[in-house]
Design a protein around this ligand. Structure first.
Ligand code: ATP
Ligand code: MG
Length: 424
């Protein structure tokens, strides 16, 4: 019986590898340009880290975590998101001690959600975290950086939505207003929504239940409850984004699915991916470092969903051009087979950047040439007994109707340099 993959966990196949790399390289180029450094973290943490930071009443903690007991009896969880781990790591190593940190990381996240297009159980994020900055300049910086990534990728559909959640104190008054509003709606709410209303009414604004859409659209907004400092912070952020030419809309009902957010929250959305429109989401988490045992430390970050960005690249027709080998080395005869590897090494060293595939499957000369052709290579390099005898190499162009030619090794190097410089 064939072993099947786990539901909601995907293989990224070679045809898609280039597209994934393109997205990752674009992000890394932006991180480098802004002085953000990479941190690499384990995919598993003590369960408590997530339940305490993300919030006991969130969907993630209540029903989406991959939590199990390991062989030593500890409760561990496959990370559903990265920010808690970044803060944990910073505290473990004293990274926030009288210092600020501009960091990024990437890797798989795990949530036991209902799999559907652009919603998976193992998915990948690229995360940016700026820790120790009160902003709002840094809020603008991290948002501008995300805009620069879309620009580099040539993506046109992402739109930015912004909101401020203020401080936990000003949210208390807002909670009550929401409770009053949604209670009046009575029986539209199912048991789960009523539970949310009781424990964490802001969660209702984030509900994906279509029956609640109209109700949510009429709900009171937090704006009126914002404290002066949060309001000024938000105002300044919008000015900085205006100055930078980054367009946004203020969505006064934008909240996030994690409890630790304060003040600025934002989401990049597209309408080209159906219901799963959020491709990058983030916000300020000024209370989290202290909540996990550190000093009071302001911070902000975002997480980009790689699968969704890759799918959007395809949707917007930004597939990466294939990069077939420049040359494919065909080998005839036992002696040539013995020496071929060394000659291929020499050519790769002499022609940096050349993509040279060596035939490792053997078989007849004809079948090797067929494979060379199928590989998409521009040239077949042919190494047989004749070529070996006088240190030469035959080259047969595969994409043009030109004859096979015998070259000295030096001439072959020159020819490969030329092909390398004239092809993408
Ligand atoms: P959504 O509202 O779509 O459930 P979220 O608010 O749960 O997203 P975050 O926890 O903020 O998302 O994660 C950041 C980003 O990670 C999202 O904007 C999205 O692009 C991506 N993401 C989240 N959950 C999934 C998933 N199950 N599969 C694929 N990508 C995901
Ligand atoms: Mg979610």
């Amino acid at each position: 019986m064939k072993i099947r993959p786990i539901r909601g966990m995907n293989d990224v196949l070679p045809d898609d590898g280039a597209l994934w790399s393109a997205v990752e390289s674009a992000a890394q180029a932006v991180f480098d340009a802004y002085g953000y450094r990479q941190i690499r973290l384990p995919v598993m943490e003590h369960t408590e880290l997530f339940s305490r930071s993300i919030g006991e009443t969130t969907d993630i903690v209540q029903k989406e975590m991959y939590t199990f007991t390991d062989r030593s009896g500890a409760s561990v969880t496959l990370r559903p998101e990265a920010t808690a781990s970044v803060v944990r790591a910073g505290l473990s190593h004293g990274l926030f001690h009288n210092r600020q940190q501009k960091l990024w990381c990437s890797g798989p996240m795990f949530r036991h959600e209902r799999p559907q297009k652009a919603r998976y159980r193992q998915f990948h994020q690229i995360n940016l975290e700026a820790i120790g900055f009160a902003g709002p300049e840094v809020d603008a910086e991290v948002i501008i950086m995300s805009a620069r990534i879309w620009e580099r990728l040539g993506l046109e559909s992402p739109r930015l939505e912004l909101n401020s959640l203020g401080t936990p104190e000003c949210r208390a008054g807002y909670r009550e207003a929401l409770q009053a509003y949604f209670s009046a709606a009575g029986d539209v709410l199912d048991a789960e929504s009523r539970e949310r209303l009781r424990r964490n009414p802001l969660r209702l604004l984030d509900s994906k239940d279509p029956r609640l859409r109209e109700l949510i659209a009429g709900a009171p907004v937090l704006r009126g409850y914002l404290d002066d400092d949060s309001a000024a912070h938000f105002q300044r952020l919008t000015e900085l984004l205006d100055d930078a030419g980054v367009a946004y809309t203020i969505n006064p009902r934008l909240v996030r699915g994690l409890d630790y957010y304060t003040r600025t929250v934002f989401e990049w959305v597209t309408d080209r991916l159906g219901a799963q429109g959020a491709i990058c989401s983030g916000g300020r988490y000024d209370g989290l470092v202290a909540q996990l045992g550190g000093r009071d430390t302001p911070a902000i970050g975002w997480a980009m969903g790689l699968e969704r960005v890759v799918e959007l690249m395809e949707e917007e027709g930004r597939r990466q051009p294939a990069r077939p080998p420049h040359a494919y080395l065909v080998i005839a005869g036992d002696e040539a087979r013995r020496r071929g590897l060394g000659i291929a090494e020499t050519l790769r060293a002499r022609v940096p950047g050349i993509r040279l595939t060596m035939d490792c499957a053997g078989g007849s000369f004809r079948s090797q040439l067929r494979r060379a052709d199928r590989s998409g290579a521009l040239l077949a390099l042919i190494l047989g007994d004749n070529e070996l005898a006088d240190n030469s190499l035959s080259i047969k162009p595969l994409r043009e109707d030109l004859p096979q030619t015998l070259y000295s090794l030096e001439e072959a190097v020159a020819e490969l340099l030329r092909v390398r410089d004239n092809s993408p």
